[in-house]
Ligand binder design. Structure first.
Ligand code: SF4
Ligand code: SF4
Length: 88
């Protein structure tokens, strides 16, 4: 039961001080979550603190690889279409 930070993390530092388990490490090329320490904030907060402050959609994913902040969740913009729209 742990989340992961992936390549699109910009290393903004917002999440690191919020983690109640000191599970986040300032690593390169992107920050990392120690799976042995991450509890998904269970018992500490109702929501994962890292994902609640992360400004980058898709930077934090769950064990299944699903983003906690999926495309459009922060920007309110619809995800880009898989194929270009025809020009009329
Ligand atoms: S889900 Fe909670 S415990 Fe896990 S890394 Fe994020 S802030 Fe830390
Ligand atoms: S808040 Fe998001 S973008 Fe910023 S360091 Fe943490 S995971 Fe990376």
């Amino acid at each position: 039961m742990a989340f992961r930070i992936v390549a699109c993390c910009t290393g903004c530092w917002a999440c690191l001080p919020l983690c109640p388990r000191q599970a986040i490490r300032a690593a390169a090329p992107h920050f990392e979550i120690d799976p042995a320490r991450c509890t998904e904030c269970a018992g500490d907060y109702p929501d994962p603190q890292c994902a609640s402050i992360c400004p980058i959609e898709g930077a934090i994913v769950d064990a299944a690889g699903q983003p906690l902040n999926p495309p459009g969740s922060l920007t309110r913009l619809p995800p880009a279409p898989a194929t270009p729209l025809p020009i009329s």
